[in-house]
Design a protein around this ligand. Structure first.
Ligand code: SF4
Length: 211
């Protein structure tokens, strides 16, 4: 029986069968860190079984937590729009998160996103590693600092190195850019438009590499 400690590893919950379906089912019962107590359900990755590009965000948000599907909330809709603008077919991609449960704190009646800590990221990372190994993407796109640093190390800075194609052991290339939720949080319309444009430009670079 897997242990149920607060500082365990998702590996203890791995299934015997090496398929996304088996891993998705096994992840539904993961208790490798305490976040299973906070989220409604595990939000495993979703998308094409073999995809040239795999997008990784930080963690599911409020809508993802309720539906059990990644990138279906406001940030996911923005990602879909940006992919369309860049000419990338969303149905041919795979989307997931570094951490599979929603970490939040109450603010009034709302559940506000709370950043996962290093122990939670490390406990959950084996699920992402398994997804990458099965989906076999040519490029992993890290959306935001948490995903970029989980894959490229703690010294990686999205602000300085966004849009670069970096060789990696996880996939031929990893490219980091901002998380679409950062665009939604822009302080004014002009900044939001500028950040949206830069995000689409990063995705257009990706589209050229995928050709
Ligand atoms: S966040 Fe990840 S490691 Fe923690 S319980 Fe959920 S699936 Fe398991």
């Amino acid at each position: 029986m897997p242990r149920k400690t607060s500082t365990s590893s998702a590996k203890e919950f791995f299934p015997e069968k090496n398929s996304l379906k088996a891993f998705r089912q096994a992840a539904a019962g993961c208790k490798a860190c305490d976040l299973w107590k906070l989220g409604t359900q595990t939000v495993f990755g979703d998308g094409a079984r073999r995809a040239d590009v795999l997008f990784v965000g930080e963690q599911p948000g409020n809508e993802e937590d309720l539906t059990g599907t990644p990138f279906v909330g406001p940030a996911g809709r923005l990602l879909n729009e940006a992919l369309e603008e860049a000419g990338i077919d969303r149905s041919q991609t795979y989307v997931t998160n570094v951490v599979k449960h929603f970490k939040w704190e109450p603010r009034g009646k709302r559940r506000i996103h709370k950043k996962p800590n290093a122990g939670e990221i490390s406990a959950c990372l084996p699920w992402l590693e398994a997804e990458i190994a099965m989906v076999k993407p040519k490029v992993i796109v890290a959306l935001g600092a948490t995903a970029a640093q989980a894959l490229l190390g703690p010294t990686f800075r999205v602000t300085k190195q966004r849009g670069q194609f970096i060789e990696s052991t996880f996939a031929p290339y990893i490219m980091a850019t901002i998380h679409p939720s950062a665009i939604l949080r822009a302080p004014d319309d002009e900044t939001r438009r500028l950040e949206h444009r830069r995000f689409v430009d990063d995705l257009k670079k990706l589209a050229r590499v995928l050709k």
